[in-house]
Design a protein around this ligand. Structure first.
Ligand SMILES: Nc1ncnc2c1ncn2[C@@H]1O[C@H](COP(=O)(O)OP(=O)(O)OP(=O)(O)O)[C@@H](O)[C@H]1O
Ligand SMILES: [Mg+2]
Length: 333
């Protein structure tokens, strides 16, 4: 048995675990349970595959909503299963954990994360703001007194933050993310065509043909839906331009979040950010043209980082040996 330090990113859609050298695991934040006795049936990808295809006695649950724990017991079950999973055949004796949380959540919400990860079998747990973890994960020079800006576009929340000297100078957390973008597509298709499509289908449209700004080459995709009136199956074909239109409302809220952070940031730091640009992290940063949209609307060059999906968990793991430097900047529980 040996000790190990682990970083955890407990995301609305994916939970990721890393040690100081690599990402060890990335699984959908989903658990399938038996309704009657709340017994776990499946976790992660296996549970996700069951979504919408299970008998009545089994429920498929997402225990996080918009970046915070919505179901404590199930979150704890998920974390304890995943922690056991990474320890594999070599028994890791109760790891020390650094777990990321959105910056703008309440102390009650933070305590729930702290307690869940301790109950799940860690020896010691500290929290880190996800923006700070993301900045460490993409190697921004946040040890310096100059300003660095990150926008994390997750599945359930969006966070914009300016950091300097290992601390957060100004930040905003918006409880809206990729899932709300999918919902906007569902609503758009219902309004325009009278066809109801599922969220999984909406996400596929977003990822395969979607964009944040109009594109030179239009793609199209046919999907199956249900006629709103007759309830019968009906195919509908959507184009890139239509998805762009569908996404405008939620994207506006994301832009506003970045803008409010810049407004709160001292001018010297804003000057640094204009030079360095804004790092875009999280799965939502992969939306085509989101860098262009944010560059244009914020007046600051926005760029996609190399590791948008894993930078938060990598940064959380990196933060563990830096604990003494970071201690006073981390959220208290
Ligand atoms: N190519 C893509 N284009 C657009 N969106 C994408 C793409 N790839 C992934 N996404 C979106 O990224 C989101 C998931 O991102 P991520 O894994 O960072 O979320 P999370 O960490 O689980 O959530 P959160 O941090 O908000 O709690 C999903 O909404 C997904 O649809
Ligand atoms: Mg995330």
């Amino acid at each position: 048995m040996f000790y190990k330090d682990l970083g955890i990113d407990l995301g609305t859609m994916f939970t990721r675990i890393a040690d100081g050298t690599q990402v060890l695991l990335s699984e959908p934040t989903i658990v399938a349970i038996e309704v009657e006795d709340q017994k776990m049936v499946a976790v992660g990808q296996e549970a996700r595959d069951m979504y919408g295809r299970v008998p009545e006695n089994i429920e498929v649950v997402r225990p996080l909503k918009n970046g915070v724990i919505a179901d404590y017991e199930i979150t704890e079950t998920l974390l304890s299963y995943l922690l056991q999973h990474v320890s594999g055949s070599m028994r890791i004796f109760r790891p020390r954990v650094m777990i990321s949380v959105p910056n703008g959540i309440t102390s009650v919400e933070r305590r729930a994360v702290h307690e869940a990860v301790l109950e799940a079998g860690s020896r010691d747990a500290s929290l880190i703001q996800q923006s700070l973890a993301a900045a460490l994960g993409v190697d921004l020079p946040i040890n310096s007194p100059s300003g660095n800006m990150v926008i994390t576009l997750g599945g359930g929340c969006t966070e914009a933050a300016v950091m300097a000297m290992y601390g957060i100078v100004s930040a905003e957390t918006l409880r809206l993310g990729g899932m709300e973008l999918d919902e906007a597509i569902v609503n758009y298709v219902r309004r325009k065509y009278g066809v109801v499509i599922g969220q999984v289908t909406a996400e596929q449209l977003k990822v395969r043909i979607g964009a944040a700004v109009p594109q030179d080459t239009e793609n199209s995709m046919e999907v199956q839906g249900q006629d709103q009136v007759t309830g019968l199956p009906r195919p509908v074909t959507l184009t890139t331009g239509e998805i762009v239109e569908a996404l405008q409302e939620p994207l506006k809220a994301i832009i506003e979040t970045g803008r409010r952070v810049l407004e709160k940031t001292p001018p010297e730091l804003v000057a640094d950010i204009i030079d360095r640009g804004v790092a875009l992290c999280g799965g939502g940063a992969l939306l085509r043209g989101i860098d262009k949209l944010l560059t244009k609307s914020l007046g600051i060059p926005a760029y996609l980082v190399d590791n948008p999906l894993t930078c938060v968990v990598e940064g959380a793991a990196k933060a563990i040996p830096m604990y003494n430097i970071l201690r006073r900047k981390l959220p208290q529980v």
